[in-house]
Design a protein around this ligand. Structure first.
Ligand SMILES: [Zn+2]
Length: 99
């Protein structure tokens, strides 16, 4: 199973994760905020995205990161949103999509 070895703060607007498979990905704070998988941002039944991109400030930043169990990270964003649980696998998928 993949997991983060190191979470590196790139200032307020980005974070780099070093993974246990020796890959490394950098995430922009706003990209993470827009990809928030919580029930308020994604309809959990239909998978439809409820979040309006334009409702997220362009300069949104990450104010706090915590580890959830052994499978996910929880990001607290400067717009007050903090309900998103980003599983390691989901974070990896986000990085692969950007490639
Ligand atoms: Zn959310």
């Amino acid at each position: 199973m993949i997991e983060p070895l190191k979470i590196i703060d790139e200032g307020e607007h980005a974070v780099t994760i070093e993974w246990s498979d020796s890959t490394e990905n950098t995430y922009e704070a706003r990209d993470l905020r827009l990809a928030c998988p919580c029930a308020g941002c994604i309809n959990e039944w239909t998978g439809e995205k409820m979040l309006k991109n334009e409702s997220v400030p362009g300069d949104v930043s990450i104010s706090h990161i915590s580890v959830v169990g052994r499978y996910a990270l929880n990001f607290h964003f400067s717009d007050g949103h903090e309900t998103g649980i980003f599983s390691f696998r989901y974070l990896k998928e986000l990085a692969d999509q950007k490639r």
